[in-house]
Write a protein that binds this ligand. Sequence first.
Ligand SMILES: [Zn+2]
Ligand SMILES: [Zn+2]
Length: 60
Amino acid sequence: MSKCSVCGQAFPEGEMSYCSQCGRAYCERCAEEVPSMAALGICPDCEEAWQAEDDMDEEW
Ligand SMILES: [Zn+2]
Ligand SMILES: [Zn+2]
């Protein structure tokens, strides 16, 4: 069992989504409400960092 970092409920690991950057756990229901998890498999925090890095790359 893994604990969802959003709602705090425990679910079987097969039903969880994990941020590929920081490993934050989301249950299926919470992951659906987070666009960056659905689209990129990363949490909003990491998406921000990822986009900031991307912006920096564009300046080079
Ligand atoms: Zn949840
Ligand atoms: Zn993350």
